[in-house]
Design a protein around this ligand. Sequence first.
Ligand SMILES: [Zn+2]
Length: 145
Amino acid sequence: MHEWSLAEAVVNSLLSFARKEGVSSFREVELTFGEVMELNRDIFRTAFEELSRGTPLEGARLVIREEPALFRCNSCGHTWDFDEAHKMLSHELGILEEPSGDRESPLHFLPDLARALLKCPSCGSRDFELVSGKNLRVSRVVISE
Ligand SMILES: [Zn+2]
């Protein structure tokens, strides 16, 4: 129920903003999610709508954007993306993708393990950072008069 707790956190922070600023109604809310969060948009949207009922957020248009993940090696500066990280982990863990194309992401379920297993595809260093695509933020709100 990762989506529900995220939706709750977003709704709570927007409502506290509304109280502070005296906003009575939102027309649009745009959220940016990091790719690493692997959000299920449908579940999130449902949760957001449920939690918004009877608040200034009810009826607001919800726009969901995704920010691609980018890893950067601190030793050699090489950068790589989420797909490459997935392939590397699948290889390290011996996980094969389902023939249907579905995949269970070890990054999603086991972030610490992912951290321990991933390494720079160029130089092999384990000193790397996730430089983008890891956070959730409210990127824009449109307020009704
Ligand atoms: Zn490197």
